[in-house]
Design a protein around this ligand. Structure first.
Ligand code: GLN
Length: 216
């Protein structure tokens, strides 16, 4: 029996670099496993939704009969970390031929919002947006692959990271709302596990003192 009360983080394994997310978490000593079925979802404390293609992820959720179970877990405050297409899936609304989104994270996004020509770029992300523990003031390198752009921030959303320098200087690219974390880039593709570490901290805090997602 596990009496450590430690966390079990699932990684939605429909599409995209899910194996890499599992590896990053496991390298940090966190119990992590792939989630493809309602039973696997029910077994985890938190979920990473990787990047890929949001329409494909949405269809796969439907096929896997995960659409409603995931909606219920999100509504009950399960911590989730959406990266790139995963952020689109969590968002309130998405422009540009987007699939229906969960509306869990109160941001709107524009798919491929950095321009269709720009398939990929690496940008420096300024993480001095606060609320980040040991990351405060730090920088991350972000791999943006046909990344969504955040076009609206809800009142309860905190910006944790912004692009630093370049054409899109100051754009919000890492956001948090309660137990939900979102990044428009792929944090699993760089050697820096800082955002995963932050998510793990968030999950531990959420399990220790379950938070509500809505204000009183
Ligand atoms: N452009 C993709 C979409 O709209 C997201 C790309 C990604 O996750 N790297 O779903």
């Amino acid at each position: 029996m596990n009496d450590s009360h430690d966390i079990h983080v699932g990684v939605l394994a429909m599409q995209g670099a899910f194996a890499r997310h599992v590896a990053v978490l496991q390298e940090r000593g966190v119990r992590a496993s792939e989630v493809r079925t309602p039973a696997e979802l029910a077994a985890v404390d938190a979920l990473v939704i990787p990047g890929g293609e949001s329409t494909a992820i949405r269809k796969a959720l439907d096929r896997g009969e995960l659409l409603e179970p995931l909606r219920e877990r999100l509504a009950s405050g399960m911590p989730a970390f959406g990266t790139c297409a995963g952020l689109i899936v969590l968002a309130h609304a998405a422009e540009d031929g987007a699939p229906e989104t969960y509306g869990a994270l109160d941001v709107d996004v524009a798919r491929n919002g950095f321009g269709r020509q720009v398939h990929s770029f690496e940008g420096s992300v300024d993480m001095s947006g606060g609320d980040l523990g040991d990351l405060d003031g730090g920088r991350l390198s972000g791999v943006f692959i046909r990344a969504p752009r955040i076009t609206r921030l809800g009142d309860d959303v905190t910006v944790l990271g912004r692009l630093a320098g370049g054409e899109h200087d100051g754009e919000p690219v890492v956001v948090r709302q309660g137990n939900l974390l979102g990044a428009t880039f792929h944090p699993e593709l760089t050697d820096d596990p800082a955002l995963h570490a932050r998510f793990v901290e968030l999950v531990r805090a959420a399990l220790a003192a379950p938070a509500t997602t809505s204000a009183p």
